[in-house]
Write a protein that binds this ligand. Structure first.
Ligand SMILES: N[C@@H](CCC(=O)N[C@@H](CS)C(=O)NCC(=O)O)C(=O)O
Length: 214
């Protein structure tokens, strides 16, 4: 498997967490968002939307490119069900998916690079205020949900895909907004637990081959 990704991309970080959690080996291929490599024809052929991550897999001699981190992680879960990232009980699975979607659809797209550039350069808006608003609204909602569901992790005591979305989301949020730990005690507690785990350390942005010094 080859993962086309970028060290600082939060959606890429989700997939690296899933791969590391499942103890899968993969080839790391860096696509520099800083240099605009996501828009080059060779990458658009893998993902016409022009974003990372993309996972390339070969099955029965056929190579397929899978864009979109949620689709990628669902594929990994189906193909490598050992060490599951999805809870067994249907209601818990649904709650987990709701957290994944809150992050994937209602927070991250609002602070994605091309969104912020559009708000700033085309609409002449205040992209920082825009990002702060959506990040704070989304994290507040996730904190309220986590209050009733979290144990060591967002859903009880097992690491799930929701945690693999939370860590990158907090990482991304801090790049674009002020994250007040006092308002998010459950999320902060879960994050601290996750950051102490070895497989999480391997997936972190700073640990990637294309990472740049701060
Ligand atoms: N929903 C997509 C989001 C992908 C996405 O927005 N990726 C960002 C990095 S986190 C990207 O490639 N941005 C490049 C750009 O906006 O030009 C996913 O989960 O894969």
């Amino acid at each position: 498997m080859r993962l086309f990704n970028y060290w600082r991309s939060s959606s890429s970080y989700r997939v690296r967490l899933a791969l590391e959690f499942k103890q899968l080996t993969y080839e790391y291929v860096a696509v520099s968002l800083l240099k605009g490599e996501q828009h080059e024809a060779v990458h658009r052929a893998r993902n016409p939307w022009g974003s990372v991550p993309v996972l390339e897999v070969t099955e029965s001699g056929r190579t397929v490119a899978i864009p979109q981190s949620v689709a990628i992680v669902e594929y990994l879960e189906e193909r490598f069900p050992e060490r599951p990232l999805f809870p067994k009980a249907p209601a818990e699975r649904a709650v987990m998916r709701s957290m994944v979607e809150l992050i994937n659809s209602s927070i991250q797209p609002f602070h994605n690079l091309s969104t912020l550039n559009y708000v700033k350069d085309v609409l002449k808006g205040d992209s920082k205020a825009w990002a702060e608003h959506w990040i704070s609204r989304g994290l507040d909602a996730l904190e309220a949900q986590a209050k009733t569901t979290a144990g060591r992790f967002l859903l009880g005591d097992d690491f799930t895909f929701a945690d693999a979305c939370l860590l990158p989301q907090l990482f991304g949020a801090r790049r674009f907004a002020t994250v007040d730990p006092a308002k998010l005690p459950s999320l902060m507690r879960v994050e601290a637990t996750c950051l102490s785990l070895d497989f999480v350390r391997r997936a972190k942005p700073e640990a990637q081959p294309d990472a740049q010094p701060a």
